[in-house]
Design a protein around this ligand. Structure first.
Ligand SMILES: Cc1cc2nc3c(=O)[nH]c(=O)nc-3n(C[C@H](O)[C@H](O)[C@H](O)COP(=O)(O)OP(=O)(O)OC[C@H]3O[C@@H](n4cnc5c(N)ncnc54)[C@H](O)[C@@H]3O)c2cc1C
Length: 390
């Protein structure tokens, strides 16, 4: 049985960051991954350009059963620390929108950077490593793989969430947590497109490809100002992905298609203009036609509506309700909500409170960020923290 100081399961964002930090401390580190490539999610992230962090990272951008949990790690390894690493490797990047930082060239640059840092820190990485069993062994653990048996002092679980099973996502980390008696919070897909109820699908399907800026609001009052995209399957776009993480089945989502007060202003400025013509100046034409039919709105010059009617139309368009049928699920979700309960872990080291030397980092735990680089930052920050102590 080959002995290591640290075994990390998962060669993704969090696992590699942890490996680099532990390796730099002189620990003998082995990273095991069942996939055939390192950092597969990094490679396909951000449309192939990896949105690796965000200028505006703050604890409020994370969903977690204990909202205070993320504070320590995010403060100890910040977006500025990761940006410094990217700059050290001379990777060109740019801010796309809302503080989101992307590689100019390719997500491969980020993977190459992590691999180089691992090599410099003496980290060993073993791919296509199927893990058969994990057990406690003295003060550490034994890890059985198809390729052989290992022992380690510290075991780090960095197996990520359930989204995109096609590229290697597995429930391994959750099962391991259960094996050691750690509590799991229910998992569900996040940052995911909505599907529609059959009747909505019929009326809205023709809008596929239409996109517009909106404010999306969930039943709990969370709001995101981003764009909404109609698709053949339902609705997507950043506004929908963001709000999906706050959505519970059965609840409606509201979209502010027009700001409050603007129809009253339209009446004052162009009283003779028909509602349809006026709306088509504010919204995509195809959407206007569908909205008029769907909402049963009579089209006439604005001045012919009684004030109550106009106010009702305005109210409807300022909070247009849509009842999703569901989500597209893990097949297309960017993240998994829920996971290993953070109450089981130290917010400083990510070690399991009740199982010495067992660590959980990254998406496998119940921490989910907004769209926009926040999830990678959590992987870097939590991986870095564990890397200081394993
Ligand atoms: C399409 C897509 C685009 C995304 N884009 C962005 C973005 O631009 N910005 C952003 O911040 N976030 C993005 N995300 C989210 C981000 O990729 C994840 O939050 C992040 O990768 C989580 O890091 P992790 O290290 O915890 O898990 P992962 O990066 O998922 O790594 C987990 C690793 O564990 C391995 N593994 C799993 N099970 C086993 C097992 N049984 N045995 C051995 N190994 C195993 C996997 O092969 C994988 O390599 C995106 C996600 C998707 C799906």
């Amino acid at each position: 049985m080959k002995a290591w100081d640290v075994i990390i399961i998962g060669a993704g964002a969090a696992g590699l960051m942890c490996a680099i930090e532990a390796g730099k401390r002189g620990r003998r580190v082995l990273v095991l991954d069942h996939g055939k490539r390192i950092g597969r999610k990094i490679l396909m992230s951000g449309g192939g350009r990896c949105n690796f962090t965000n200028y505006f990272v703050e604890p409020g951008a994370y969903l977690c059963g204990n909202p205070h949990f993320v504070k320590s790690a995010l403060a100890r390894y910040t977006q500025w620390d990761f940006i410094a690493l990217v700059e050290k490797h001379r990777i060109a990047y740019h801010e796309k929108t809302l503080g989101q930082l992307f590689c100019d060239d390719s997500a491969q640059d980020i993977v190459d950077m992590l691999v180089k840092e691992c090599a410099d820190a003496g980290v060993s990485i073993s791919l296509r490593a199927e893990i058969l069993a994990v057990a406690e062994l003295g003060e550490g653990f034994s890890v059985d793989t198809e390729a052989g048996q290992y022992s380690c002092h510290s075991l780090v679980v960095a197996t990520g969430g359930l989204s995109m099973p096609k590229i290697g996502a597995s429930p391994f980390g959750y099962r391991l947590a259960e094996q050691f008696g750690l509590k799991l919070l229910p998992t569900r897909a996040g940052l995911v497109p909505f599907t529609l109820q059959p009747q909505d699908k019929e009326t809205l399907e023709s809008l596929a490809g239409v996109s517009l800026p909106v404010v999306a609001e969930s039943a709990d009052g969370t709001r995101f100002t981003e764009s909404l995209l109609f698709t053949h399957r339902g609705v997507s776009g950043p506004a929908v992905l963001q709000i999906s993480s706050y959505w519970q089945p059965g609840e409606p989502v509201r979209f502010q298609l027009l700001p409050e007060g603007c129809l009253a202003q339209g009446l004052a400025e162009s009283p003779s203009q028909e509602l349809k013509t006026w709306l088509a100046r504010q919204l995509p034409k195809r959407l206007v036609e569908t909205l008029l039919a769907r909402e049963g709105l009579v089209n006439k010059p604005l001045k012919q509506y009684i004030p109550k009617e106009l106010a009702a139309i305005e109210q409807r368009l300022a909070a247009w309700p849509l009842q999703p049928g569901g989500t597209e699920g893990y097949r297309t979700a960017e993240v998994t909500l829920g996971g290993v309960d953070t109450k089981e872990l130290s917010s400083k080291t990510m070690m399991a409170n009740r199982v010495p030397n067992l660590y959980f980092i990254g998406e496998v735990m119940d921490v989910t960020g907004w769209l926009g680089g926040y999830n990678f930052q959590w992987a870097w920050s939590s991986g870095w923290c564990a890397g200081q102590v394993v």
